[in-house]
Design a protein around this ligand. Structure first.
Ligand SMILES: [Zn+2]
Length: 417
């Protein structure tokens, strides 16, 4: 009896402890996630989550901060067919007002709308052409592979505790954002540019690291976006240099910015250079950036994403174009640009659901495209580990992506001649 009583007491106190723990958990610790079923299949049994709605391809989940880590872990399972990642849709869910009264029906219609958004993006962006070969070639010559290399060496330097990680919730993750911003401000100053604005966009209350946006030119015409993600996973277990993912894309973007800012060329349309925060956490930074551009009605013609540009499988210089969650016309245009200006082979490869920040733009109806370092499955096997270091990357591969970015920016932003 006593035993029983003790047990009852024990279970009661355990129960109240759990209740207390649940109560103590801050409200903003809740995350609403859309994940492909191929990823959900790999989730650890220890992960605490609730399935709010489910289709044959996607699931809407409610989880907490720890659940994000489990989702990241599941994303790291290498699969034979592309699966992709997950998207944190907490903001969209909180702003979602469905006419359906039951929460179950609300979840179902929310997921349905997410799926429609993915598939309904068929905007014929416009007819793209080759119009400014002289100007493109003039700037392509300014791309300096050794600058990309030295920038990436600094950006992925885990020594002396510089960037043991660029995690979206660490002090060094915030330092990485500041490093990018200060570098652009120094470039603008050195080149006496008064038409360059650099600002941070908050990633919300759950992440310390902001995204960084640079506007080149002061025109208010529809602009061109070129971006990559600055963040890595946390270094709590091992160092996270993130040289390829996505230091390589981020520093190709930096070289594009350096080339544009230090040239005398001016453009009819603004060029936005972006480094997104918290991509690894479910495209959180880019979702906030896209929401801000939508809220402020800032028009955007075309979006280019660089995520992993440095690992060339067996030194294959092919530039691979991702075929899902992208705009087809813009992707076909990338092939034209590569053949015209970079003169390297082009391949096509699928990536899976929400592979990188272009998916945030694509879902919101902006034409977006993403060239990639290798065919899916032949890309860098060391990403998300301590071995994602610069020494196995190709300086020429990265420089070719930077050149492609220049061709994209110059042709679409239209030089003022
Ligand atoms: Zn990445």
């Amino acid at each position: 009896m006593l035993q029983h009583k003790k047990l009852a007491l024990l279970s009661l106190s355990l129960f109240s402890l759990i209740a207390l723990a649940a109560k103590a958990e801050p409200i903003d610790n809740r995350h609403i996630i859309v994940a492909p079923q191929c990823l959900v299949k790999n989730l650890s049994v220890s992960m605490n989550y609730k399935t709010l709605a489910s289709s044959s391809t996607l699931a809407l989940l409610e989880t907490n901060r720890l659940g994000i880590d489990y989702l990241i872990e599941a994303k790291n399972h290498r699969t034979a067919t592309p699966c992709g990642g997950f998207v944190d849709v907490t903001d969209a869910w909180d702003n979602y007002h469905s006419r359906d009264l039951s929460s179950q029906r609300k979840a179902k219609s929310f997921l349905q709308e997410e799926m429609t958004k993915e598939s309904s993006v068929k905007i014929k962006a416009k007819t793209y052409g080759i119009q400014y070969p002289d100007q493109v070639n003039q700037l392509i010559k300014q791309i300096n592979p050794s600058t990309i290399w030295s920038d990436l060496t600094a950006f992925s330097d885990t020594h002396k505790s510089k960037f043991p990680d660029r995690y979206a919730n660490s002090a060094t993750g915030v330092n990485a954002a500041n490093w990018l911003k200060e570098k652009i401000e120094a470039l603008a100053k050195a080149n006496n540019r008064t038409d360059i604005t650099t600002y941070a966009i908050s990633t919300g209350p759950q992440y310390k690291q902001p995204s960084i946006v640079v506007k080149i030119g002061d025109s208010n015409e529809p602009g061109v976006v070129i971006g990559g993600h600055m963040d890595t996973l946390s270094s709590s277990w091992e160092l996270k240099p993130g040289a390829d993912d996505d230091g390589s894309g981020s520093m190709a973007v930096m070289e594009i910015a350096r080339t544009l800012i230090s040239s005398n060329m001016r453009f009819k349309k603004p060029i936005y250079i972006m480094w997104y925060a918290a991509e690894e956490e479910g495209l959180v930074g880019s979702s906030k950036v896209v929401a801000e551009f939508k809220n402020k009605n800032i028009p955007i013609d075309a979006v280019l994403q660089f995520d992993m540009t440095g690992y060339a499988d067996k030194n294959d210089p092919t530039i691979w174009l991702i075929t899902d969650n992208i705009n087809k016309d813009l992707t076909a245009y990338l092939e034209t640009l590569i053949k015209t200006y970079i003169k390297q082979p082009v391949g096509y490869t699928r990536c899976g659901y929400s592979c990188s920040d272009h998916a945030s733009w694509n879902k919101a109806g902006f034409p977006a495209a993403i060239p990639f370092e290798a065919a899916f499955g032949k890309d860098n096997p060391y990403i998300h580990t301590a071995n994602d270091t610069i020494n196995i990357l190709s300086i020429n591969h990265m420089a070719n992506f930077a050149k492609l970015g220049i061709a994209f920016a110059v042709e679409l932003a239209e030089p003022v001649v």
